[in-house]
Design a protein around this ligand. Structure first.
Ligand SMILES: [Zn+2]
Length: 244
């Protein structure tokens, strides 16, 4: 059973981490997760959660008339706005069954998996985004939203916003000597990481991000490990800022 595929099991063909690598390399712009039904079959796609359909592009069947330039490779796609300004996005659909403006329940069928847009073989590109306000802007305007790693939510509810969550901080090393922490931080900066130093309990900790979303903290930790920092870990401890 899958929360997104009507009859199959999720088979992830391209992970969120791989999407992040491609975006960083400039060969793609969207972060999500690619999946097919078990044994590469296509399947109908279901709404992950209840919400309102805020965007439908289905130019093969003429919905909305014109090809969509904004999606840049999404092909036919559907966006649903959920509680707390979370949006789920379903791309490369063969056919879309829903219209903009309608309310959907969790599990309502949205369309058929396909190979439209920049797609090499039928699959679903699934995204979760968190907008700062109700999405109205361009799909590419990352100042208005944050991508959320969908992996932990594929089979569970979207994050609840009721309680203020503690920040999870991703550390890339802890040093007793300040100069060693500085060296590590500068090395990370050269590799494009946004490194800062925090003094906590007598240790100089190199930190490369603070997240309220657990999936995003995990994604950063994995990225650091891939870059060779096998000692990367997540903590909720903060510390005092040290100027680099
Ligand atoms: Zn994708």
């Amino acid at each position: 059973m899958s929360r997104i595929l009507l009859t199959g099991n999720n088979q992830i063909t391209y992970t969120y981490e791989k999407h992040i690598v491609n975006v960083a390399a400039g060969t793609a712009w969207a972060k999500g997760i690619d999946m097919v039904k078990y044994k590469s079959q296509v399947d109908k796609i279901k709404a992950h959660s209840a919400g309102r359909v805020i965007k439908v592009i289905d130019y093969l069947s003429g919905t909305n008339g014109v090809p969509d330039n904004e999606g840049m490779g999404y092909g036919n796609y559907v966006m649903i706005l959920h509680e707390n300004n979370y949006v789920t996005l379903y791309a490369h659909l063969e056919t879309v069954y829903v219209k903009e403006g309608i309310q959907v329940k969790q599990g309502d069928v949205l369309g058929l998996m396909g190979n439209t847009g920049s797609s090499y073989g039928a699959h679903l590109h699934f995204e979760i985004r968190k907008y700062k306000s109700e999405p109205a802007g361009n799909l590419h305007d990352v100042s208005t939203y944050e991508w959320i790693n969908p992996t932990p939510y594929l089979e569970s509810d979207l994050p609840k916003e009721t309680e203020q969550k503690e920040y999870e901080r991703v550390q890339a090393g802890s040093f007793t000597v300040k100069a060693n922490a500085m060296r590590r931080a500068n090395e990370l900066k050269k590799k494009g990481f946004d490194a800062i130093i925090k003094l906590y309990n007598g240790n100089y900790r190199v930190q490369v991000g603070a997240y309220q979303n657990h999936g995003n903290a995990v994604a950063m930790m994995e990225k650091l490990k891939t870059a060779g920092y096998s000692d990367a870990y997540i903590t909720t401890e903060s510390g005092e800022d040290i100027a680099i």
